[in-house]
Design a protein. Structure first.
Lengths: 213, 127
């Protein structure tokens, strides 16, 4: 981690701490489509509130509206950190309804899904610029992290000085490479996990408390 | 974009936009310049990339212009930064996120073959 970036992260986190105990902090869960954002949001919500946030699916753009779970109280080391989780649609620069046809979805439904997906991505970008206090960035550890969407989104998050926690998801899959994600974003800490299996969630909650508490 | 002689239908028009040209434009003017070119099927190369906030708005406007059986979005590539000092401290130190050559084209015409810190290799499909 670069000295300046590390210093900036520390300042961001220290500033965040000043507001701890007042309003819950809105933490956006961002990342490309199919990284496991909703699976993570559901895991966190179920662990601490008993409810889910939204349906999970292997079909891209299943989440087409930002969904919010309010007042999630995470208890770590005798402290309680209260956050609002905002599960956002996967960010992309292109949406073609024909992608949905490959998942046995009828054309009319595919066109509707693609229209909703574009609105959802625009909404996610708006939330990022205006309405979130921190970001959990979820990446699929089985895929190449050197994509333009990841580069741009991490750049946008950094330019806003938002605290960001990068999660390398899907470590339950054999082809997962956490190191590849660490190499792509060496300026940030990367935490491995499997949101689906619940692997390493203790460390994830420790880091959420540290970064956003 | 000034009037230009239109290339043959099966050709590929590449608009290389200088940093000076972009510097004089507001955010939405930059986005329109890029997207109008991409809508025409052109490949747009920016000598100096967009600011993060401008990239965010480019994604947002692109999403609003996607339509079934029409425009499917953009492909955009810049070199990865591999670390950023463009926040408050970075700006105080005089660093900027600008300076990254950026290639933008219609999603259905441009395909990234390889990308790393030093090389972007793309395939441009004919119309």
């Amino acid at each position: 981690m670069g000295i300046l970036t590390e210093l900036r992260s520390s300042i961001s986190r220290a500033t965040s701490s000043l507001f701890a105990g007042s309003e819950p902090r809105r933490i956006g869960i961002y990342g490309p489509p199919n990284a496991g954002k909703t699976t993570l949001a559901n895991r966190i919500a179920r662990d601490w509130t008993g409810d889910a946030v939204g349906p999970e699916s292997h079909v891209p753009h299943e989440t087409r509206r930002a969904r919010r779970k309010e007042n999630v109280e995470i208890k770590r080391n005798g402290r309680t950190v209260t956050i609002d989780i905002v599960d956002t649609p996967g960010v992309t620069t292109k949406v073609d309804y024909e992608e949905f046809l490959e998942h046995d979805i009828e054309k009319e439904d595919a066109v509707r899904r693609s229209r909703e997906a574009t609105e959802g991505v625009a909404e996610a970008m708006h939330w990022l610029r205006e309405d979130v206090d921190g970001v959990i960035y979820v990446l699929d550890a089985t895929t190449d992290p050197f994509t333009q969407v990841n580069t741009m989104l991490i750049g946008i998050i950094e330019s806003q000085d938002l605290p960001v926690l990068i999660l390398a998801n899907k470590t339950d899959l054999e082809e997962a490479s956490v190191q590849r994600i660490q190499n792509a974003f060496p300026q940030h800490e990367t935490i491995p996990l499997s949101a689906l299996e619940g692997d390493n969630m203790d460390e994830v909650y420790d880091k959420i408390a540290e970064y956003f508490g | 974009m000034p009037e230009t002689q239109h290339p043959d239908d099966d050709g590929v028009q590449i608009d290389m936009i200088s940093a000076e040209r972009m510097d004089g434009l507001r955010t939405m003017e930059k986005i329109r310049l890029i997207l109008d070119g991409v809508h025409d099927g052109n490949i747009v190369i920016l000598e100096q990339g967009l600011e993060p906030d401008e990239e965010s708005k480019l994604i947002e406007v692109t999403m609003s212009e996607i339509s079934p059986d029409g425009f499917t979005g953009i492909e955009i590539e810049t070199y990865p930064t591999g670390g950023s000092d463009t926040g408050i401290l970075g700006k105080l130190m005089g660093k900027s996120s600008k300076g990254k050559l950026t290639v933008i084209g219609p999603a259905n015409r441009i395909e990234t073959l390889h990308k790393d810190e030093n090389l972007i290799s793309t395939l441009i499909h004919e119309k």
